[in-house]
Write a protein that binds this ligand. Structure first.
Ligand SMILES: [Cu+2]
Length: 168
């Protein structure tokens, strides 16, 4: 997906216990701070069940500062290796740095426990109106354009403002 500087992206954690964590392209499944001097995003582990009893969905919201690619993964278990990865602002003119190639690298990557404070780089919170679930309707709510839904590996979904769901 693409996001412009100034826009917000909200991740909604619908099931399980996941993170949104930034890595470099070359070292998926490892926090970016380990392999660069960038602090990066890390939501911390956000278990859905803990909030579900109150009818709430944990969220993590980040603001896009520029159009550089953000390579993101889930740091839980082997979710990253199993394909729970995504990119915001995939490089348009670089055929070797695609989501598919990131995903391929992730499949063989060594996972490293995420570093950094939970919530780093963004804002954790909750919502009682999960977006884009259960039907093909456009998301009920977006934050300046996009909502990403975190569920089981293989259903790491991005819901764009237009309502199109992209299963990663
Ligand atoms: Cu996960």
């Amino acid at each position: 997906m693409e996001a412009q500087p100034g826009e917000f992206i909200q991740f909604q954690f619908l099931a399980g216990n996941h993170t949104v964590t930034q890595s470099t392209f070359d070292q998926p499944c490892q926090p970016i701070s380990r392999n660069s001097n960038v602090t990066g995003f890390h939501s911390g582990f956000l278990p859905a069940a803990a909030s579900a009893s109150m009818g709430m969905v944990p969220t993590y919201t980040i603001q896009i500062n520029n159009t550089n690619p953000l390579w993101l993964y889930c740091a839980q278990g082997r979710h990253c290796q199993n394909g729970m990865v995504m990119v915001i602002n995939e490089p348009a003119a670089n055929a070797s740095r695609t989501l598919e190639s990131y995903k391929s690298l992730a499949a063989g990557a060594q996972g490293v426990a995420p570093s950094g404070s939970p919530g780093a780089g963004g804002t954790t919170g909750s919502t009682d109106t999960p977006s884009g679930t259960g039907d093909a309707e456009p998301p009920a709510q977006t934050v300046n354009g996009a909502v990403a839904l975190m569920a089981a590996p293989g259903t790491f979904a991005l819901v764009a403002a237009a309502g199109a769901a992209l299963l990663l």
